[in-house]
Ligand binder design. Structure first.
Ligand SMILES: [Fe+2]
Length: 238
């Protein structure tokens, strides 16, 4: 019996390894937790480092892990990007819809939340184009912020306040419950492109502000990363 050439044996071993890995890993690209774009203490004193670390490393991480578990159980969902998933929640099979809605929404919402914040004093200002749109829709920046604050403070229980750009091009303030967001094709949600979203779940502020949600909301404006909001506004224009 002839011995197999060494190169043939290596190729066979490599092929076996590839098959082994293919069986052990999902065929789809799992969603992953994005790193914070700054250190956990960078937003102090407005948001303390412990809150940031728990919020990102535990809460957001759990949404990602739970979303991936749902996707693994329903490979058809793996075809969708995270953005596309939000817009098609209404078409997700009923058996997994709430789990995908809560965890996919949680992943999308928190990913934008980290991006629209910056260390105090580093977020810049609204662009001339965004400011003009805000003045057209609300009268002034201050009037928009007042309306946003009311939506954030008035959200009963857990949820989010949003500045959105509606399909007709105007800007609006809206609020969603739990981990819903304005991209979702669900009844009762005012849809639009989110420009700025604020997390008003107690896990976002309770360690420092306890039940003083309005104080957290007022202080949060000093963290807004207007450069990112400007970018999102520009990206929504046709
Ligand atoms: Fe949160």
């Amino acid at each position: 019996m002839r011995a197999r050439p060494l190169s043939g044996m290596l190729l066979s071993s490599l092929a076996a390894l590839v098959l082994l890995l293919a069986g052990a890993c999902p065929a789809w690209a799992a969603f992953s937790l994005p790193p914070l774009p700054y250190s956990a203490e960078a937003l102090e004193p407005v948001i303390d480092a412990t809150t940031m670390a728990l919020h990102h490393d535990r809460h957001h991480a759990a949404y990602v892990a739970n979303l991936n578990a749902q996707i693994a159980a329903d490979p058809a969902l793996a075809e969708l990007s995270l953005d596309a998933l939000q817009g098609q929640i209404g078409r997700v099979p009923a058996a997994v819809r709430d789990a995908v809605r809560n965890n996919g929404g949680g992943h999308w919402n928190h990913s934008q939340f980290w991006a629209v914040m910056a260390p105090p004093g580093q977020g810049g200002e609204p662009s001339a184009e965004l400011l003009a749109a805000i003045e057209t829709s609300f009268g002034s920046l201050e009037a928009m912020q007042t309306q946003f604050n009311q939506a954030a403070a008035g959200r009963f229980g857990s949820g989010w306040a949003w500045l959105i750009r509606k399909p007709n091009g105007s800007l609006a303030i809206t609020s969603t419950a739990n981990q819903d967001n304005p991209l979702m094709d669900l009844r009762g949600i005012e849809r639009g492109a989110p420009l700025l979203g604020l997390d008003v779940w107690e896990h976002a502020y309770y360690l420092h502000y306890q039940n003083r949600r309005p104080e957290y909301i007022a202080a949060w404006w000093s963290l807004v990363n207007w450069q990112e909001v400007n970018r999102r506004f520009a990206a929504t224009r046709a």
